[in-house]
Design a protein around this ligand. Structure first.
Ligand code: SAH
Ligand code: SF4
Ligand code: F3S
Length: 477
């Protein structure tokens, strides 16, 4: 997932880039005089970025500051992604570059965390000689012990998955933070077994985090001046937490409400919604609270029912359309909707690919994250289906999907011209110090002249122009 961060946003990327959600995030520094320094890079989805904040917190408690300069690091962590082959290749290339630093500083320790660690386990130690420790997503509490082992001259591995671990009590150290928006993990793992997907193997069984610990984390962010939280899970609609004594139970709609009630000034977002599970109750809760953003990431993957069945998505085209109709009926045409699409899944015919394009016409997505199918070892599709669509065909179909999305994004953005948008300012625009950049309710980037406004302000912006990926406007006092 993490379509949430603009990893592959269509406006800025070539089809090849768009097909590879491999953006890196490098940490900000904590300089509190600890004896050793950690440098951490995260790949893949928002869950990984959020996990890196948990890892940094655990390491901080155990004598490590973070640094953004790899040359200064005593310990280098890559928090990795396995979702597509390209994502893994990026990490392997990066390990090659890190080797260069390690040659200059042989005592530098190198650890691979996250999904690739979980998928490849100790074979990573043999394949990539530079790696000293391999740690799966549920084993981060064990990091201090594993580091001790490496200090003692051993290589160390812990890839045990857990049915309970949610790191609920750990206070994340916010990395890469603009001080305005933050991620909160509300659950871990996934039980869905979509046939193309490696996540259930790398992240283990689905489990929901204690609702009160989520609310406490959100309250702490409000107290620190944050204005936006994004609740994260692979399938937030199946969030379900019950207290141990069984007297209390919280579903996703109820959790959303609990967080929304903390402050009318706090924007609440969430990702990812699964079409089979998103309920009208969630949609009505969104409608009830102005501060729950009217934007839903609802990955379709394909617009054809036969392909959806092969993908084991457990809904068909009609069901998906029915959910979109419900969103439009309850939240109106202005609610933002985005998708993930996979081009060239096993046995997909040309007509079936056309069904994906026609679904895109029907829904009018604001944007999409688009990929061509990449077979992942061990998944249901790898075991049962032949990856039979030639690469050129996959790429051509992906190109058509991207072209369609660009048209649709532009159309959707044009509808926003002439309207007032409430924008939460995230910082100065990349292109000019004189302009600010923020997002509207529908998660669209809005750029406008700075005037007296600053990061963290809510500003009313009258939009007068747009591109495929951005709205441009003027602040109205
Ligand atoms: N939990 C989210 C998605 C997580 S993975 C959901 O169910 O929608 C993010 C996206 O990566 C997926 O939605 C899918 O579009 C894409 N993806 C996953 N496995 C893939 C594969 N083997 N090849 C190409 N794209 C893949
Ligand atoms: Fe993967 Fe499907 Fe789970 Fe999403 S819902 S993480 S695509 S198995
Ligand atoms: Fe996320 Fe990649 Fe793992 S998308 S869950 S980091 S395989």
């Amino acid at each position: 997932m993490d379509p949430i961060v603009d990893l592959d946003f269509i406006d800025n990327r070539t089809p090849e880039q768009a097909a590879a959600a491999d953006t890196t995030h490098i940490t900000q520094e904590t300089q509190t005089g600890k004896s050793r320094k950690l440098y951490i890079e995260s790949y893949g989805c928002a869950m990984n970025f959020s996990d890196s904040e948990i890892v940094s917190s655990i390491m901080f408690e155990n004598g490590f500051d973070t640094t953004s300069d790899i040359a200064q690091a005593d310990l280098v962590f890559l928090n990795t992604c396995s979702i597509r082959e390209k994502a893994e290749q990026t990490v392997r290339n990066r390990l090659g570059q890190i080797n260069f630093h390690k040659k200059k500083k042989p005592e530098m320790m190198v650890g691979v965390l996250g999904c690739m660690a979980e998928r490849l386990k100790k074979s990573l130690l043999e394949e990539e000689k530079i790696v000293d420790l391999v740690v799966g997503p549920d084993a981060y509490r064990d990091l201090p012990n594993l580091i001790n082992e490496v200090d003692g001259g051993q290589k160390a591995v812990n890839v045990l998955l857990s049915r309970e671990e949610t790191y609920a009590d750990i206070n994340p150290i916010r990395l890469n933070s603009n001080g305005v928006s933050a991620f909160i993990s509300i659950m871990r793992g996934c039980d869905n077994m979509c046939s193309f997907c490696v996540v259930p193997f790398t992240r283990g069984r689905e489990r929901s985090r204690d609702a009160h610990s989520i609310v406490r984390e959100a309250q702490a962010l409000v107290d620190q001046g944050y204005k936006e939280v994004t609740l994260l899970g692979q399938n937030v609609d199946s969030y379900k937490w019950a207290s141990e004594d069984g007297t209390e139970s919280v579903n996703f709609a109820q959790l959303l409400e609990m967080v929304a009630l903390l402050s009318p000034d706090l924007r609440v977002r969430f990702s990812t919604s699964h079409p089979k599970d998103i309920t009208d109750e969630v949609l009505y809760t969104m409608k009830k609270y102005d501060n729950i953003c009217k934007y839903i990431h609802l990955p379709a993957q394909s617009g054809n029912s036969r392909v959806l069945e092969l993908m084991n998505r457990t809904y068909d085209r009609e069901w998906y359309i029915n959910r979109v109709d419900a969103i439009r009926a309850i939240l109106g045409d202005d609610c933002g909707i985005s998708s993930d699409m996979i081009a060239g899944f096993c046995t997909e015919t040309e007509e079936e690919h056309q069904d994906t394009l026609s679904l895109m016409d029907y829904v009018q997505y604001d944007y999409s994250y688009m990929f061509f199918y990449s077979e992942r070892p061990g998944t249901l599709a790898a075991r049962k289906l032949e990856d039979d669509i030639p690469l050129e065909v996959k790429k051509r179909r992906l190109d058509e999907i991207i072209t369609k999305q660009r048209e649709t994004s532009l159309n959707r953005n044009k509808r926003d011209i002439g309207k007032m948008h409430k924008v939460l300012v995230e910082g100065t625009s990349k292109k000019s110090e004189e302009q600010l950049s923020g997002r509207n309710d529908q998660n669209k980037v809005v750029i406008f002249d700075k005037k007296h406004y600053k990061k963290g302000d809510y500003v009313n912006v009258l939009v007068h122009d747009c591109s495929v990926g951005t709205l441009f406007g003027e602040a109205v006092d």
